[in-house]
Design a protein around this ligand. Sequence first.
Ligand code: ADP
Ligand code: MG
Length: 255
Amino acid sequence: MSPQPVIEIRGLHKAYGSLEVLKGVDMRARKGEVISLIGSSGSGKSTLLRCANLLEDSQQGEILFSGEAVKWKGEASHRRPADARQVLRIRTNLSMVFQQFNLWAHMTILQNVMEAPVTVLRRDRAEVEAAARVYLDKVGIGDKAEAYPAQLSGGQQQRAAIARALAMEPEALLFDEPTSALDPELEQEVVKVIKALAEEGRTMILVTHDMRMARDVSDHILFLHQGLVEEEGAPAEMFGAPRSERLRSFLSHSG
Ligand code: ADP
Ligand code: MG
């Protein structure tokens, strides 16, 4: 029996006006899989991730969650999700972590982690707080619960953002360049947390420029080039025996 992928994208086309950014992309993440998206700046990685999270409309193609297809309405050039409840249900099952952390500056770290489970999921505040403290411990900043984001290093803020994502208990985590804004010495503490999440079998889609992390944590890697998947495969194949000249050239320029 092969289970439904948690997230599946088929033949996705996405344009901003006349600029075609995704030109028919397929991607799937099964339960427990870590999929990494690599490729040059502008190749469409963030757009694909934002489409997967239904933050972007698209023109063509299917997006499915555990086999359930997103319903669309309107003409292809203006299509948008037809069912707001479906979108909400899907989006609360996906948590995104951004390059710039996006923590709320006026809230403590604990409040940041508790906010969405309490207000969106309407879960019991005391239970949410207990769980939030466990997630903060898990990412190694349990002692920062009462601090404000500005009092934390970049690496600590990003780990807080990961705890906040985990607190939603999502089916899948989406990361967009989670280590790109960090100084090299702080990057590793975030990489460590992401590795630990991969090892405990979380379903994740990871956009990264960090080839070592991609190699270490991924089950499958997609190399995007100008809005198309130019090459994909297991890390050992992609890094050990890249087939396309473009991937070879990309890897030789990405340290
Ligand atoms: P990557 O994450 O791989 O660097 P992006 O998905 O951010 O690439 O961008 C792909 C292309 O889409 C780029 O040419 C970028 O300039 C363009 N793009 C991204 N977002 C927008 C937007 N909101 N409006 C117009 N063009 C955009
Ligand atoms: Mg990007």
